[in-house]
Design a protein around this ligand. Structure first.
Ligand code: KIV
Length: 271
């Protein structure tokens, strides 16, 4: 008999059941083994290997430059640290927008080379054929509507989306299309809380909000923002749970001082 307790893994079905039971879904981004291991052990439901890696890991201004190879590297590292959480991986810009064959090939590479459980794609009606093809191949897809950072040069700004009736109506229609196409859930980013409520109530699949209010079926934050590693980004929707920037700066300054004063290493810290 194994001494290891079987963990109940989070699946796309688990998320559907959580929505039906009214239990909020927790989701956070991760890009490497060590943080993924901590988040998984802490009990997070979903880990998103976000293309925000382009910003917070690589230092780019937008999410556009990150490549499929780089996303695969991050996803492989995250998957090695995960035992229980559902792992979702962003398909990066340029790997699914051109046509559904290209989109399917990209999604297959993510699934085959990383061991992740699903992919996420930004957009509605315009990518429906690709979503259907990927779902038909047995790959779970999470949608992403509202502020879609891969389209930043179309929007021209990171402000709240769908405040006007026409854009809100398109978003509502896109949400239904994503559900019909077989998505198991969707991220709603930076839209009014009342619109997110309407969308969430109109769907059977869960919505995960970021800057979309409390009526979504779950919430997601970028780890660098919520842990206070990245202190320049302070949007209204962000709750910062730690100030790691300050703590790490203090710790490294103490280390530098200890080295300079020849306080480190001491007699117990050497051989
Ligand atoms: O890439 C990312 O981190 C995301 C979240 C903002 C949802 O897509």
């Amino acid at each position: 008999m194994s001494i290891h307790k079987e963990v109940k893994k989070v699946t796309t079905n688990t998320l559907q059941k959580m929505k039906a039971a009214g239990e909020p879904i927790s989701m956070i981004t991760a890009y490497d083994f060590s943080f993924a291991k901590i988040f998984d052990a802490a009990g997070i439901d979903v880990i998103l290997v976000g293309d925000s890696a382009s910003n917070v890991m690589a230092g780019h201004e937008t999410t556009l430059p990150i490549t499929l190879e780089q996303m695969i590297y991050h996803a492989q590292s995250v998957v090695r640290g995960v035992n229980r959480s559902l792992v979702v991986v962003d398909l990066p810009f340029g790997t699914y927008q051109s046509n559904s064959d290209v989109a399917l090939a990209s999604a297959i590479r993510i699934m085959k080379e990383t061991g992740a459980h699903s992919v996420k794609m930004e957009g509605g009606e315009e990518i429906i054929d690709s979503i259907k093809k990927i779902v038909a191949a047995g790959i779970p897809v999470m949608g992403h509507l509202g502020l879609t950072p891969q389209s930043i040069y179309k929007f021209g700004t990171y402000t709240v989306r769908a405040k006007e009736e026409a854009e809100a109506a398109k978003l509502k229609n896109d949400a239904l299309l994503l559900q019909q196409a077989g998505c198991f859930g969707m991220v709603l980013e930076k839209i009014p809380a009342q619109l997110a409520k309407e969308v969430s109530e109109s769907l059977l699949i869960p919505t995960i909000g970021i800057g979309a209010g409390v009526f979504c079926n779950g919430q997601v934050l970028v780890m660098h923002d919520m842990l206070g590693i990245n202190t320049e980004f302070k949007p209204r929707f962000l709750r910062q749970y730690l100030n790691l920037h300050e703590q790490i700066t203090g710790a490294v300054q103490q280390y530098i001082s200890d080295v300079k004063r020849k306080d480190f290493p001491n007699a117990e810290e050497q051989y």
